[in-house]
Design a protein. Structure first.
Length: 317
């Protein structure tokens, strides 16, 4: 068991987050899907936390890598999503978990800012920086479950401003320094996540919605989706790395955001809506990519094939 825990990489938290979110996305079709992906996510969450507790020095050393350090907050985001699963069983424990996850995420923002932003190096900037500063909007998405919409609104605005501020820096980094080591390539998919997470968080936390804000984020969502989906086949050709988890949540949150937005636009009778086939297509892609990465991770952790053996790779640009 210890050897299995030892092989679990911190970036698997991104897949854990995606599974929890996918369960919520598919719950409208069949509650069984939610239960299955919720259980899978919960198991991964426990395993990751167990590794952090059992091997703190190794995990701290991993944070010296800017990519791993910037995806760690998916653990807190996943905890926020999982709290909504626990709520029907124990409201008090679920609310406690949600609050703790928010506090940890805020604390981590301060840590990451001190370590990587104050001593800024453009070559160490990756799309995964969005996870640190915009990822906390997962609290906005889940805030209605605990009647914390007021907190969700504040966090949304923080995440939205962070998104607008980070976007030109990250785009400049990709244009100026195009070369990227192979293990970091999947993080490009994260470009899809911030606008959609902000959109989903906005739809959840705000009762009175601004149609211009909705369309602003929706347009960015569509542009980034086209960019990522065009580049996805090429990115999937690289061999497996723990960073594969970056492929998952961006598609799930995009499907969720588009679905929520389409429901709202139809509800208010807006003359322009999002085509349902577009929403369904993203849902299908999200399901397929999560299942694919999950299978690759299972092979990576328990398989003996050399394709899945963990390698310590420097993925700094």
């Amino acid at each position: 068991m210890f050897e299995t825990i030892k092989k679990i990489p911190i970036p698997m938290s991104g897949l854990m987050l995606a599974c929890a979110s996918l369960g919520n996305l598919l719950s409208g079709y069949n509650i069984l899907y939610k239960n299955i992906f919720g259980i899978i996510s919960g198991i991964m969450f426990i395993c990751i936390v167990a590794k952090i507790i059992m091997m703190p020095k190794e995990c701290i050393n991993d944070l010296e890598n800017p990519v791993i350090a910037s995806v760690l907050p998916t653990l807190f985001m996943g905890a926020m999503i999982l709290s909504t699963y626990i709520k029907p069983l124990s409201y008090e424990f679920a609310f406690w978990l949600w609050k703790l996850a928010v506090i940890f995420h805020i604390s981590y923002i301060l840590y990451f800012t001190k370590k990587y932003i104050i001593s800024f190096n453009i070559k160490k900037v990756f799309a995964s920086y969005f996870v640190v500063y915009v990822g906390i909007v997962a609290a906005s998405l889940t805030s209605p479950a605990f009647k914390m919409e007021s907190v969700g609104k504040i966090i949304f605005w923080f995440g939205f401003v962070a998104f607008i501020g980070l976007a030109p820096i990250i785009i400049y980094r990709f244009m100026k320094f195009k070369e990227m080591l192979e293990p970091a390539i999947p993080t490009k998919t994260i470009l899809l996540a911030p606008a959609n997470l902000c959109l989903a968080g906005y739809m959840s936390s705000f009762q009175n919605k601004n149609i211009y804000m909705i369309w602003f984020l929706t347009i960015i969502s569509i542009i980034t989706f086209v960019f990522v989906i065009i580049n996805l086949p090429k990115m999937l050709k690289i061999k497996f790395y723990p960073s594969y988890s970056a492929f998952t949540f961006p598609f799930v949150i995009t499907a969720m955001a588009m679905k929520m937005t389409n429901v709202y636009l139809n509800k208010i009778g807006n003359s322009i809506t999002i085509p349902i086939y577009y929403v369904n297509f993203i849902e299908i892609v999200a399901v397929l990519i999560v299942i694919y990465v999950l299978i690759r991770y299972i092979g990576f952790i328990i398989g003996s094939n050399t394709l899945f053996k963990e390698k310590k790779v420097n993925i700094e640009g």
